[in-house]
Design a protein around this ligand. Structure first.
Ligand code: PGA
Length: 254
């Protein structure tokens, strides 16, 4: 099955409003150019989402949130619910390692967030990945399988078909050292086999992204990995020219 490449820029807690609007407009122009060969999305900081969604309306750029609350409504100071995001976003990142580590999000919370997003029709980009210590101890694959097992415990095959998995080794994020293409393919293969064991043929259509220090220098070989369908990009998504180069590498990769 052919899976459409997908490139997502995760802007984290970067950009001013002006920078964000300009970057979104530039990235939307790229998204329009490469449509229908490649899907392009961005995850801006929460306060910019509405302005950006209004600005790029009618373009091919997909808008995502970086996180959401596991709860639907209530006294949760600082949190943002799925229903607040749904009018502006097509998808949401769930379980990013910076949420799991900095905010101590447990697997159980990640499971609830996946559920909350699905209930409101938001696409889910589920982030999984092992720490350096887990890899050194030979527990990389069991860590990732465990994260999938927990997060997708009650997800039907119909819902799984709409989801994306992002493999992001914690040690590669923001470190300047990406995983090797062999490591990425090995883990993406493990993820695909896990998905197949649960959801059968549906797994063939689920996109698996790689994230962690993706740059102009390593993006081409990334697409050599058979089970990798795109990238979740942090730092390199903040510069329009660099992000364009990443998107261009995806064209013709399939
Ligand atoms: P990075 O971040 O590309 O800056 O390593 C990736 C991510 O955290 O999604």
């Amino acid at each position: 099955m052919t899976r459409q490449p997908l490139l997502i820029g995760n802007w984290k807690m970067h950009t001013s409003l002006d920078d964000a609007l300009a970057l979104a407009q530039g990235t939307a122009a790229i998204a329009d150019e490469v449509r229908p060969s490649v899907d392009v999305g961005v995850c801006p900081p929460f306060p910019w989402i509405v302005s950006i969604a209004q600005k790029v309306r009618g373009t091919s750029l997909l808008i995502g949130a970086q996180d959401l609350s596991a709860d639907s409504d209530g006294s949760f100071t600082g949190d943002v619910s799925a229903s607040m995001l749904a009018p502006w976003c097509q998808f949401v990142l769930v379980g990013h390692s910076e949420r799991r580590t900095v905010h101590q999000e447990s697997d159980e919370v990640v499971t609830r967030k996946v559920r909350a997003a699905r209930e409101h029709g938001l696409g889910v980009v589920l982030c999984v990945g092992e720490t350096a210590a887990a890899r050194a101890a030979g527990r990389a694959e069991s860590t990732v399988s465990g994260q999938l097992e927990s997060a997708l415990i009650d997800v039907s095959s119909d819902d799984a078909a709409t989801m994306t998995i992002a493999y992001e080794p914690v040690w590669a994020i923001g470190s300047g050292t990406a995983a090797t293409v062999e490591e990425i393919q090995a883990m993406s293969g493990t993820i695909r086999r896990w998905l197949t064991s649960r959801h059968g043929l549906v797994a063939d259509g689920i996109r698996i992204l790689y994230g962690g220090s993706v740059s102009q220098h390593n993006v081409r070989e990334l697409f050599d990995a058979a089970d990798v369908d795109g990238a979740l990009v942090g730092g390199a998504s903040l510069d329009r020219g660099t992000f364009r180069a990443l998107v261009e590498a995806a064209i013709g990769s399939r």
